[in-house]
Design a protein around this ligand. Structure first.
Ligand SMILES: [Fe+2]
Ligand SMILES: [Fe+2]
Length: 275
């Protein structure tokens, strides 16, 4: 680099150097590594995607090429705050995850679902469950999201709320005409008209129907509306009172209270950590 180019380079940026051809050919240059302009400490940071995100895709074949990148002296693996993400407060609360980690579509989906439940005059447990039912999709993992989501909130909500979040995943696939719930058109669009849920989901549904909290979870599915209208705005603050009464926010912050699920919240704070 010429002296004048060196002089123009803003502090904190690092020189680009070519990625191996294998990574470029796989189209992974943008997805896996943050842009070089975001580099901090004058070092490049490699983001290695988790196995759950790449299994079954071509990206899974490029792990060794990514690992080799760390041999460059100006390159390390991502640990701690990713400059591409908004910084979380030291003691994050539920609202921080909604605003700083969840994408607009899942955030709006959750808040809209809670708003519909509230407008229908439903119990606060149902409103709270609606507001939380897909938080695993919003911030962690989509597969088995009902179970992940239920575990994430278990220490902080009433057990009925936890249970209804867990079971909504299975109940979504099964109509209940007695309360006017039909198989979702969205699932026909998403999975095809011939999709049948696996046996374990069928068993979960059967067991849930006999449970005393069945209707709480069923109400989550009824209010689980698939409205992704970008013009609809629902603010988290609309539910500040419901959250205050139904979500036991730990004073140390979510992720740092030493609970059995703290690691799940930390994973959402630092989703790109190598370890
Ligand atoms: Fe869901
Ligand atoms: Fe949902």
């Amino acid at each position: 680099m010429s002296e004048s180019a060196q002089a123009r380079r803003p502090m904190g940026r690092v020189l680009p150097h070519e990625l191996p051809e294998s990574l470029r050919e796989a189209g992974l240059t943008n997805w896996i590594r943050e842009p070089l302009d975001d580099a901090v400490d004058r070092r490049r940071r490699i983001i290695v995607p988790p196995a759950a995100a790449t299994a079954g895709t071509p990206a899974s074949a490029y792990l060794s090429a990514l690992l080799s990148e760390a041999k460059h002296p100006d390159t390390i693996f991502m640990m701690g705050d990713n400059p591409a993400l908004p910084k979380m407060p030291e003691r994050p609360c539920l609202k921080d995850f909604f605003l700083l980690r969840f994408g607009k579509i899942p955030r709006t989906h959750l808040l809209q679902s809670a708003r519909v439940a509230r407008e229908r005059g439903l119990d606060e447990k149902v409103i709270m469950a609606c507001m939380l039912h897909d938080i695993a999709i919003a911030g962690l993992l989509s597969a088995n999201h009902g179970y992940w989501g239920a575990q994430m909130v278990a220490p902080y909500v009433d057990d009925e709320v936890r249970w209804s979040i867990e079971k909504h995943e299975a109940l979504r696939y099964f109509p209940d005409q007695s309360v006017g719930y039909s198989y979702p058109q969205a699932y026909i669009d998403y999975f095809g008209p011939d999709y049948r849920p696996p046996d374990y989901v069928c068993r979960e549904h059967e067991a849930a129907r006999r449970h005393r909290w069945y209707m709480t979870s069923r109400l989550v599915t009824i209010n689980d509306i698939y409205s992704f209208d970008p013009d609809v705005v629902v603010e988290f603050d609309e539910f500040e009172d419901v959250v205050g009464r139904n979500f036991r926010q730990p004073k140390e912050g979510l992720g740092f209270d030493g609970s059995p699920v703290a690691h799940m919240w930390r994973t959402m704070i630092w989703p790109n950590n190598f370890l």
